[in-house]
Design a protein around this ligand. Structure first.
Ligand code: ADP
Length: 188
């Protein structure tokens, strides 16, 4: 099963992707987490992306796509994965289509959370890219570059919405319920 979790910064999709991936026994593939790991390990890639991330901008597509392609080509991703934070631009959608086909995703789960709640969550998690100024920029970049992707996936008929407000456990159950009712797979 190949899934994409999408939503604005702070929507909790990473937390939910981790939990749902574990329940389904498929890997959670987060480009943001992979980049943060490179930064903390001080790799060449990490050095390249550190300042971009700290400003809340997007890493160039070719860098992101190469990293993602390598990740989903590993054996553990053969039966499926949950993508979190990729694709985020029209160019990345095109690249992903090239890798898994434009009918490759079984579902795109869209997290709906109101903006005040998002800012509050991000300020309380204290990541380096969670300062007030960077958060503002991340919202702008999301609205300009990533929001339009929802129309693309809507027109393919694969999106489902989940209310991202409430307790973590409760939201996980909502995601699993919506997948159960819309995807026909034994693992659910
Ligand atoms: P959030 O969902 O809270 O915005 P992520 O962990 O998904 O956080 O991403 C953190 C940062 O990593 C982004 O602001 C961006 O700089 C970089 N990044 C992650 N995924 C991508 C991507 N697909 N394309 C470009 N940049 C990315």
């Amino acid at each position: 099963m190949k899934l994409l979790f999408i939503g604005p910064p702070g929507a909790g999709k990473g937390t939910q992707a981790e939990r749902v991936a574990e329940r389904l026994g498929i890997p959670h593939v987060s480009t943001g987490a992979m980049f943060r790991e490179h930064v903390s390990e001080g790799t060449d890639l990490g050095k390249k992306v550190e300042a971009i991330m700290a400003a809340g901008d997007y890493v160039p597509d070719e860098v992101t796509v190469a990293m993602l392609e390598e990740r989903i080509s590993r054996p553990d991703a053969k039966l499926g994965f949950i993508l979190d934070g990729f694709p985020r631009t029209p160019g990345q959608v095109e690249s992903l289509d090239g890798l898994i086909g434009d009918d490759g995703l079984d579902k795109v789960v869209v997290f709906e959370v109101d903006e005040d709640e998002l800012t509050e969550r991000m300020l309380s998690r204290g990541r380096v890219d969670d300062s007030a100024e960077t958060i503002r920029n991340r919202f702008t970049v999301y609205a300009e570059q990533t929001q339009p992707l929802l129309d693309v996936y809507d027109s393919r008929g694969v999106t489902v919405s989940v209310d991202g407000m409430g307790e973590v456990e409760e939201i996980t159950e909502r995601v699993l319920a919506v997948l159960k009712s819309s995807v026909h797979q034994d693992v659910l």
